[in-house]
Design a protein around this ligand. Structure first.
Ligand code: SAH
Ligand code: SF4
Ligand code: F3S
Length: 473
């Protein structure tokens, strides 16, 4: 490993060794009598996990695998898991259960569990003891060693667990298979240092570490040249990008440098943390043409006591001030956020502060979650007296407020001409194309699939809570 500032980089030789192992596995696969082996990758959770899934695919492709969506046909099944809420974990255990059947029919099938759940001690223990059909378990920090771990499974025919607690490092140069189309995701940093009291991410994704700006710039340049037009920079808290590099280079600098890449494209980013979002960030967004005027800024709660208990390190007032400033330099900015309803000990009155913040800001869309205790986090041991049914009522109430507002904002688009990027088929016969505005609002379009991949001016002819409808002018 090499060190730069506080961040550890996996050295070129170690990456090359993994690529050699891919080549070795590929030769073995090519010699198989049964033909090309199939892999099935099921990814859960956030975009960061989706991006990891694309690297898993890249490594498997280098190992000579083709891909299938049907676990029953696959020689190798990978569950790339998420641990953010209990429901996400239950889905994975449900699917793991189903895989006992596929494995019974195909005893040679290899089952891999990776991603955030794999890094939780209690999950790893449960897999070890009760899900004996799982062959390989490794956490997000070990992703780059996947070829080596896979070879170990083939060679030893024993179960392999690589789930040690690791702060994590950065591995450049792993192969990646991207979805074809116009959208691409680029991780600019990994991990999280924030330890919001409800959240499992810092425990499973290791410490914050930023990729080298040159590596990020090269990747974005390559994507733009390859025709991608809607590129999202990813990190759990992109606003602290560069803090570990000790070079004085920060996220607004990265936005400025990326924006100098010639071409017609939008740059987005997520997520931002209000404690680190600054006027300098909003000024950079306003200045940089390719940076979409869209901001996902999770506030979680509108009540200061709850924010303190959550360890969020900003207040309702400072959040509102940020929004005011962002809107002053970017009129028409599209704003979205995440909210948690029913944090341990939250009273109805405190919840109503969240409702009033939502009303005051007027978000374009909101991602609302009922609090889910995550074993090992600080909030999981806090008294939580409010019954689930009551939290559900609060949740429904908040959703209703937001839905009414989203519908109103969408109705305001009527008869306007907006620029969109056609990004795929919608599956709706009357409006067969799907597209996105600069603010990432969904517009279903009349028009021909040949328009996919193009920026278009469209007239908005209708709307509902979730989408706009339009036709090219
Ligand atoms: N790093 C991002 C969030 C990643 S998790 C950020 O800080 O904005 C995405 C969202 O899931 C969070 O914003 C939060 O609203 C929600 N979330 C996280 N942990 C949760 C939990 N234990 N219960 C319910 N929702 C949770
Ligand atoms: Fe979780 Fe907070 Fe880190 Fe986001 S910033 S990943 S909510 S600990
Ligand atoms: Fe889930 Fe891990 Fe993302 S817990 S939300 S997949 S960082």
């Amino acid at each position: 490993m090499q060190e730069s500032g506080k961040t550890q980089y996996i050295c070129e030789e170690d990456i090359q060794r993994q690529l050699h192992i891919c080549e070795e596995i590929k030769q073995r696969n090519e010699a198989r009598r049964e033909g090309t082996p199939l892999a099935c990758i099921q990814t859960y959770g956030c975009q960061q996990n989706v991006a990891d899934g694309q690297r898993l695919m890249g490594m498997l492709e280098a190992c000579g695998f083709a891909f299938t969506e049907e676990a029953g046909r696959a020689d190798l099944v990978v569950l790339n898991t998420c641990a953010i809420r209990e429901h996400a974990e239950q889905r994975v255990f449900g699917n793991l259960g189903l895989l006992t059947h596929t494995k019974r029919e195909r005893p040679e099938q290899i089952i891999v569990l990776c991603g955030c759940m794999a890094q939780e001690e209690r999950t790893a223990r449960r897999i070890r003891e009760s899900y004996r059909h799982v062959d390989l378990v490794f956490g997000p920090q070990a992703l780059w060693r996947f070829p080596e771990l896979l070879r170990q499974v083939y060679e030893t025919k024993k179960r392999v667990f690589s789930v040690e607690d690791e702060a994590g490092s950065i591995a450049e140069g792993l192969p990646v298979v991207r979805e074809r189309g116009v959208k691409a995701w680029v991780s600019i940093m990994y991990g999280c240092n924030n330890f919001c009291s409800y959240c499992i991410v810092p425990y499973v994704r290791g410490r914050e570490r930023s990729r080298d700006p040159e590596a990020v710039l090269a990747e974005v340049r390559q994507l733009v040249e390859a025709g991608y037009k809607d590129i999202t920079l990813l990190g759990q808290n992109v606003n602290s990008y560069g803090n570990d590099l000790d070079s004085g280079y920060h996220f607004p600098d990265l936005l400025e440098d990326i924006s100098r890449i010639p071409g017609d494209y939008w740059i987005r980013f997520m997520s931002s943390h209000p404690k680190d979002a600054s006027p300098a960030l909003f000024d950079a967004m306003a200045r940089c043409g390719p940076v979409a005027k869209q901001l996902h800024l999770p506030f979680q709660s509108g009540n200061n006591r709850i924010l303190r208990e959550m360890n969020r390190r900003y207040t309702r007032e400072s959040y509102l001030e940020l929004i005011r400033y962002a809107r002053s330099v970017m009129p028409g900015l599209v704003l979205t956020s995440d909210v948690i309803v029913g944090f341990p000990g939250e009273t109805e009155e405190e919840f109503l502060d969240t409702v009033s913040l939502v009303e005051e800001v007027g978000f374009d869309a909101l991602f609302t979650f009922i609090y889910s205790p995550r074993p090992g986090t600080r909030a999981a041991s806090m008294p939580d007296p409010v019954p689930r049914a009551e939290k559900q009522r609060w949740f429904d109430r908040l959703l209703e407020v937001q839905n009414r507002h989203s519908a109103k904002i969408h109705a305001g688009y009527a008869d306007r001409t907006v620029r969109v990027l056609a990004d795929g088929e919608s599956g709706d016969g009357d409006y067969p194309l799907s597209s996105r505005t600069e603010g990432n609002r969904l517009v279903r379009l009349k028009g021909d699939p040949s328009l996919i991949g193009r920026f278009l001016d469209v007239k908005i002819t209708g709307s509902n809570t979730w989408a706009l409808y339009g036709e090219p002018v």
